[in-house]
Design a protein around this ligand. Structure first.
Ligand SMILES: C[S@@+](CC[C@H](N)C(=O)[O-])C[C@H]1O[C@@H](n2cnc3c(N)ncnc32)[C@H](O)[C@@H]1O
Length: 360
């Protein structure tokens, strides 16, 4: 079964979350209800993943009563959740009370290549619902919601021992998102010319480990906060990369490891407002080799009204960390201020682009 979606890329999986879902609403009232109730669809999806409903349905179809028995849930309540998931195109009905997973639903099974279960378990979890219930005050004051509600920045809070189960959910989600994008990045960008690749804020190192596997002569460093590194080191060892990949303790606002001819950052710049982003980019600028490249993996927004997951993730940045998604021009200006020239913005088959810059 594990191979069902193993080869799927963004060519073959359904469109990203913002464009999937129910048919466009047909009346002004329906537009409002569809948008206003969207968080309930998120909560149903999150609940189904936590209950491992997609794993229990698996490759075939399953009757609601059997599913309820296996998941330890109430059959009527579970049926009503599945009815919402049907509208969201996560399951389809094979008989009156029997469901199977759609292609999108298959990606919610754990342990398969390309699984997005960890990502969905993070999105719309209780921490999200709590923060978004306080969004209004933060928009009024122009301040990060998380800091307002918890009295400290998200990454400080996450590194505390008492929050380690939430940290595990977050870090696993980041790895899941990375794994979803990695084939598209490797297809779109040639890392073969680099000797030492440094992934700044690299989490568990999923991206760098894949780059190193695809480029067997390169060395790598995952630079991360100490609280994350135990898991990063374990992942490097399990991936048999200990001789080529180091896990280095780093606060990227103070300094980043020197000696790289390629610095990669995925979903880092979007975590920070311009001042902080500038500081960390300048820290890379001060150590990157003169012919080196900086490669950012980020959503690149435009001013169109077209759907893009980055437009919602921009609000996630507002709520959690005070960062933002940026346009090409905003990236260009930011990079220029840090001493980098933006050379290319490469579209990939994922929702993220690769922005390649060189030191000026
Ligand atoms: C949004 S996650 C992205 C992780 C990874 N690049 C990925 O895409 O899967 C941001 C990462 O930045 C790290 N981080 C936050 N503040 C940091 C700091 N001051 N120094 C180093 N890493 C930091 C976090 O621990 C987290 O792993």
């Amino acid at each position: 079964m594990a191979t069902i979606v193993a080869q799927q890329t963004f060519d073959s999986v359904p469109a990203p979350a913002m464009t999937a879902g129910p048919a466009p609403a047909s009346t002004p009232q329906a537009v409002l209800l569809q948008t206003g109730l969207a968080y309930i669809a998120s909560a149903c999806l999150n609940t189904a993943v936590k209950l491992r409903i997609p794993d229990l349905i698996g490759a075939g179809a399953k009757d609601v009563d059997k599913l309820a028995l296996e998941s330890g849930t109430d059959p009527d309540y579970l049926y009503r959740i599945l009815r919402v998931l049907e509208v969201s195109q996560i399951v389809t009905r094979t008989a009156a009370r029997s469901y199977k997973l759609t292609d999108a639903g298959q990606l919610l099974r754990r342990g398969i290549a390309g699984s997005m279960a960890d990502c969905i378990e993070w999105i719309a979890d209780p921490l999200h619902l709590k923060l978004y219930s306080e969004l209004k005050g933060s928009v009024q004051e122009g301040k990060t919601t998380f800091d307002q509600v918890y009295g400290e920045p998200f990454f400080n809070w996450l590194s505390k021992t008492e929050n380690k189960s939430e940290a595990a959910v977050f870090n696993n989600a980041m790895t899941s998102i990375s794994e979803m994008c990695i084939p598209a990045f490797l297809e779109a960008y040639d890392f073969s010319g680099f000797k030492k690749i440094i992934d700044v804020g690299g989490g568990h190192g999923a991206l760098l480990r894949s780059i190193l596997h695809a480029n067997p002569t390169a060395q790598g460093v995952v630079a991360e906060m100490p609280a994350v590194l135990t898991q990063t080191k374990r992942a490097i060892a399990e991936d048999r990369l200990a001789t080529r990949c180091e896990a280095a303790e780093c606060n990227f606002f103070e300094a980043v490891p020197a000696g790289g001819d390629c610095y990669v950052m995925k979903h880092i710049v979007h975590d920070w407002a311009d001042g902080a982003a500038l500081q960390l980019l300048r820290n890379i600028r001060s150590v990157i080799s003169p012919n080196g490249k900086l490669v950012l993996a980020e959503a690149v927004l435009d001013d169109s009204a077209d759907p893009h997951p980055g437009k919602l993730l921009d609000i996630e940045m507002m709520a959690f960390v005070g960062g933002k998604e940026r346009t090409r021009n905003e990236f260009q200006r930011l990079l220029h201020s840090a001493g980098f020239a933006l050379e290319r913005v490469i579209s990939t088959k994922s929702p993220l682009c690769l922005l390649e810059a060189r030191p000026m």
